[in-house]
Ligand binder design. Structure first.
Ligand code: HGY
Ligand code: MN
Ligand code: MN
Length: 412
C-alpha cells in the first residue's frame, strides 16, 4: 500500500481547533454567535489565517471577503482542489455548522504538511463569507457571487437590520480583499459539514455521501393595515396587519404539510409596527423560506403560496408586498467528486449512504461553476441552528479522513 493511503488525520487536533474557534463570540448556552462580518467573525477569520500561515499556506482574500489559503502542489499550473465551508454563524448558532468544514479542510492540510506529502495539484482551504444569510439576506451570497449568481454591487449593497451594508462591513473589518471574486479557478470543491438533520443518526451511518441539495425560495413579506386604538376600534372593520400575518404564517405550515414528506416551510423573522400593546398593528414584516428537492413541486408551492396570500389579504382588507428575494433551484453534484468521496469512504471502512442536503451550502452555489460534492457526518438529534448542536469527535474525525483522501484522489 502506498504511503498516502495510510495517512490519517489527527482527530484530537481537529476537535481542539473547533473548540478554540467556538470560544470566539460565545453564545449564552454553549454555542456561538459570530454573525457575518462582525468583530467576532473577524476574530475567527484572523485565527484561521494564523493557523494556515503556521503551516506555510499563502493567503488570498477576494472582494467578497472569501479567504483562500493555498498549499502549493508539484504542478501549480493546475487549478487547485479546494475544500472548506463558512465561519459565520446563526445568532444562536452551534460550534460545528460551517466551522467543521473549514477546520476539517485545515486538518487535512496539516496532516499532509507534517507527513511532508505534496500533491500534484495545489490545494486550497476556503472560507466563504456570509453563508448563513442571517445578518445579510440571502444566504450563500459570497459563494453565489463567485458562481456568477449575484452581481457584486447587489451583494455589497445588502444591508442588515441596522442599515449597515455588506460592502461597508467588509471594509470595516479589513476583509475587502483585492482578488476579484470569481477570478481564481477551482479545479474541484469538497465541503464537509454536519448533516443538520436526523437521517444519518437514525440510519446509524457515519458518512453521508451527498449527491445534491434541495431547492429553496426566500420571500420578504410586508402586510399593511392601519394603526388604530385597541380599545375604541370595533372588531368589524379593523385592518389588523398582525391577524392577517398570523393567518398567512399558519398557511405556510399547512402548505408544507400538503406537500409532505419532502417540503418544508418556515417563517423565522418578524417585526410588528408600531409594536405597542394597545395599538392595532398597522404594518408587519416577516420572512418566508420554502424548500423542496423537486423543482416543479417547489414552483407549485410558490404559486399556491402567492395565491393564498392574496385571498387572506383580501379577506382582512389589508395590503401586501410579497418580494421573492431568492430563488435557488435544486442542484446535483458532480459524479466524479461524489465517486471520490464514496471511494474514500469505502476504503476507510466507514458505513455510509447517499443523500440530498436539506440545508443550503456554499457547495450548492459553486457546483454550478466547478465539480463539487459534500461529505456529511451525523449531529446529535439532527439538531442545528441551535446552541445545543453537537457531534461525536469520532464522526468528525471519520468525515475528515474521507475529506483528506477524496482531496488526495482529486489532487493526484
Ligand atoms: O439556510 C440554510 O440552509 C443554510 O444553513 N444557510
Ligand atoms: Mn452551514
Ligand atoms: Mn447554517
Amino acid at each position: 500500500m502506498n504511503k498516502t493511503s495510510q495517512l490519517r488525520v489527527n482527530g484530537q487536533r481537529l476537535w481542539d481547533s473547533i473548540m478554540a474557534i467556538g470560544e470566539i463570540g460565545p453564545g449564552q448556552h454553549g454555542g456561538s454567535c459570530r454573525l457575518a462580518l462582525t468583530d467576532e467573525d473577524r476574530e475567527g477569520r484572523d485565527l484561521f489565517i494564523q493557523w494556515c500561515e503556521q503551516i506555510g499556506c499563502s493567503i488570498r482574500v477576494d472582494d467578497m471577503g472569501n479567504i483562500f489559503a493555498r498549499r502549493d502542489g508539484r504542478n501549480n499550473e493546475l487549478a487547485p482542489i479546494v475544500a472548506g465551508s463558512h465561519l459565520d454563524t446563526q445568532p444562536h448558532g452551534g460550534k460545528f455548522d460551517g466551522i467543521y468544514g473549514v477546520l476539517a479542510a485545515l486538518e487535512a492540510i496539516r496532516t499532509l504538511h507534517e507527513n511532508d506529502v505534496t500533491t500534484e495539484a495545489p490545494l486550497e482551504v476556503v472560507v466563504w463569507t456570509n453563508e448563513e444569510g442571517s445578518r445579510f439576506a440571502p444566504a450563500m451570497i459570497a459563494s453565489g457571487v463567485y458562481a456568477g449568481l449575484f452581481e457584486k454591487d447587489y451583494a455589497w449593497a445588502r444591508s442588515d437590520s441596522d442599515g449597515n451594508t455588506l460592502g461597508d462591513e467588509l471594509k470595516r473589518i479589513g476583509y475587502m480583499g483585492d482578488l476579484v471574486c470569481g477570478d481564481n479557478p477551482i479545479g474541484a470543491l469538497l465541503e464537509a459539514h454536519i448533516e443538520q438533520g436526523p437521517i444519518l443518526e437514525a440510519d446509524q451511518h457515519q458518512i453521508g455521501v451527498v449527491v445534491g441539495g434541495q431547492g429553496q425560495r426566500w420571500y420578504d413579506v410586508i402586510i399593511k393595515g392601519q394603526d388604530s386604538h385597541a380599545g375604541s376600534t370595533p372588531m368589524p372593520g379593523r385592518r389588523d396587519a398582525l391577524v392577517a400575518s398570523a393567518e398567512i404564517i399558519s398557511m405556510v405550515q399547512t402548505l408544507a404539510l400538503e406537500f409532505s414528506p419532502y417540503a418544508v416551510g418556515t417563517v423565522g423573522e418578524m417585526s410588528v409596527m408600531p409594536n405597542s400593546r394597545n395599538t392595532i398593528p398597522g404594518e408587519v414584516f416577516f420572512s418566508v423560506d420554502i424548500r423542496n428537492p423537486d423543482e416543479d413541486t417547489l414552483a407549485e408551492m410558490a404559486l399556491r403560496f402567492r395565491s393564498q396570500v392574496d385571498s387572506i389579504v383580501a379577506k382582512h382588507a389589508v395590503g401586501s408586498v410579497v418580494d421573492e428575494i431568492w430563488e435557488k433551484p435544486p442542484v446535483k453534484f458532480d459524479r466524479d467528486c461524489i465517486a471520490a468521496v464514496a471511494d474514500a469512504t469505502v476504503a476507510l471502512g466507514y458505513s455510509h449512504q447517499e443523500m440530498v442536503s436539506g440545508a443550503g451550502h456554499d457547495a450548492c452555489q459553486v457546483c454550478l461553476v466547478a465539480p463539487t460534492s459534500m461529505i456529511f457526518v451525523p449531529c446529535a438529534g439532527g439538531l442545528s441552528h441551535n446552541e445545543q448542536e453537537s457531534a461525536e469527535a469520532e464522526d468528525l474525525e471519520a468525515g475528515c479522513n474521507v475529506l483528506l483522501h477524496a482531496m488526495l484522489k482529486l489532487a493526484g
